[in-house]
Design a binder for this molecule. Structure first.
Ligand code: FAD
Length: 480
């Protein structure tokens, strides 16, 4: 689009939004409405390429206000883009000039933790770390955890069905959500705040909204299941001779720990090298010449469980499944091991990166990564690929640098990464969602019949297409 085209688009958007602004101010009051430069001055989020384009940002302070905001936007046919902590990585919350941003940042109340029912009830704008702290203060564990815990909101995490570090033991957001309250496109409030473990009375509607990326409704409140916290944890970093050994160790450790394995994070050699070499702060706890490294963690309640972890690793060493290992002796060493695994930012020193978040059957993962790596190296000199991920969940993250990556090369790169997944029945998105970024690739992981049912649901719940239009898929009324 040319500069004059942009100016025209802004002018058109202005004309459509102007009559709405007074109605929104009436609902949320002056503190709840930001306009023009006050909107564009805000941080655009970790993955945003374009900065904030929107002119209007509304910050309701209650479910009733969210409902009223949606009702007026729906009547006016103006698209609404929900925003949480803006840590999403697929541009799902990037808003255009003609769209209204609805931020949940003034909805951050946490109810007193119910230690009998073991649930936490909170508004959707609550930051994950705050919810974790509230659960811990009540002697319980909110087990969902991820690197963006200081910014990601509970609503955004439901909308993306976030996973993270302990999925192997506790599951993703879906497994930890008992109920929710959601506001539909026309302002209808759907109260589905179930606290029960068992409730098979009809359809469990919360599942429609988990992972729907804000396209079917705006999550306003959640009921989260809490768990008993383990007394402690045992952690080790181990070096592996090949990918078959990685698969063997996962099975052996999970078996030995009776399902108490809480993390199984794999780093391919070149990733480990980068995060343990200056300017990275971590020094290599193990030599850097092994093909694979795995960070393993298990929850333990007593010494005998700790011994079982150590014994299982000892047996793996003796059998040659593991070729070297270091055990974390205390919490400080545990944090240091997680620190090197989480130091993904080190990869940026090699230039701009494209990040992929894919899912595969475990047995296919090793061969897939090597094939993609070889094809990228063959096609572009100077290109690099680093692989790591929550391998216990079959989740591989690829970070790729291709010099002078223009739009044409980007399409070629995406094709190279995504198209083999179809034959392997893998997924183009393990955790981050589809948003705008992965829309062209949805068909790799979902059949035409599945996408049609998604469209039918969208049509049924949001026939005017005003909620996060153009995210996940196109082709419903109101989407570009
Ligand atoms: C350092 C880092 C580490 C990360 N690690 C992980 C990880 O391990 N696992 C993982 O799964 N993700 C991870 N992510 C991605 C990100 O944290 C998650 O996608 C998170 O769930 C997004 O929450 P948010 O509040 O920031 O949502 P946003 O980024 O604001 O929004 C994400 C999407 O949800 C929609 N949305 C937001 N709030 C609502 C709501 N209340 N109702 C309806 N729709 C809404 C938005 O429109 C958008 O489509 C990571 C991100 C970073 C930056």
């Amino acid at each position: 689009m040319t500069t004059s085209g942009n100016t025209q688009q802004r002018a058109d958007a202005g004309a459509a939004l102007t009559p709405l602004i007074e109605a929104l101010r009436e609902i949320v009051g002056p503190a709840g409405l930001l306009l023009e430069d006050d909107v564009r001055a805000r941080p655009a989020g970790v993955a945003s390429r374009q900065g904030i384009q929107a002119r209007v940002l509304v910050r309701p302070a209650s479910t009733a206000e969210v409902s009223a905001v949606l009702a007026v936007c729906h009547a006016a046919g103006v698209p609404v883009i929900p925003q949480g902590g803006l840590t999403g990585l697929v541009h799902g919350a990037d808003a255009q000039a003609h769209e209204v941003i609805l931020s949940l940042e003034r909805m951050q109340r946490i109810e007193p933790v119910d230690t009998t029912q073991r649930v936490l009830i909170a508004e959707a704008g609550v930051i994950l770390a705050q919810a974790q702290d509230a659960a811990a203060a009540a002697g319980l564990l909110l087990p969902v955890d991820l690197g963006a815990r200081g910014s990601a909101t509970l609503g955004g995490m439901v909308a993306t069905n976030a996973g993270g570090n302990r999925v192997i033991r506790y599951g993703m957001m879906r497994e930890n959500l008992r109920g929710l309250e959601v506001v539909l496109a026309d302002g209808t409030v759907l109260d589905s705040m179930n606290e029960l473990v068992k409730n098979n009375s009809g359809y469990d509607l919360k599942h429609l909204f988990i992972g729907s990326e804000g396209t079917l409704g705006i999550v306003t409140r959640v009921v989260l299941r809490l768990s008993e916290p383990p007394a402690g944890r045992r952690m080790a970093l181990v070096a592996m001779p090949d990918f078959a050994a990685v698969c063997t160790l996962l099975r052996q450790l999970d078996h030995a720990m009776d399902g108490r394995l809480s993390a199984f994070e794999v780093m391919w050699q070149d990733f480990y090298h980068v995060v343990t070499t200056p300017p990275a702060l971590a020094r290599p706890p193990l030599p850097q010449d092994h093909p694979f490294y795995v960070l393993v963690e298990a929850s333990v309640d007593d010494d005998s469980q700790g011994d079982r972890f150590d014994d299982a690793l000892g047996a793996a060493l003796e059998a040659g499944v593991v070729v070297d290992a270091t055990l974390a002796k205390n919490e400080r060493e545990c944090a240091a091991l997680w620190g090197l695994r989480d130091d993904v930012a080190q990869l940026r020193r090699f230039g701009p990166l494209v990040a992929y978040d894919i899912s595969l059957r475990l047995a296919d993962s090793g061969h897939y990564v090597e094939t993609v790596r070889a094809e990228i190296a063959q096609r572009w000199s100077g290109a690099r690929l680093w692989a790591f991920g929550h391998l216990g969940d079959g989740n591989v993250h690829l970070a790729v640098h291709v010099p002078d990556l223009d739009p044409q090369r980007r399409v070629e790169l995406d094709t190279l990464v995504y198209s083999p997944l179809q034959a392997l029945h893998g997924s183009v998105s393990a955790e981050h969602g589809i948003g705008i970024e992965k829309k062209p690739w949805l068909g790799v992981s979902r059949t035409p019949a599945e996408v049609n049912v998604m469209r039918l649901l969208k049509q049924a719940l949001d026939p005017k297409g005003v909620l996060n239009p153009g995210r996940v898929f196109d082709g419903v009324a109101g989407t570009p």
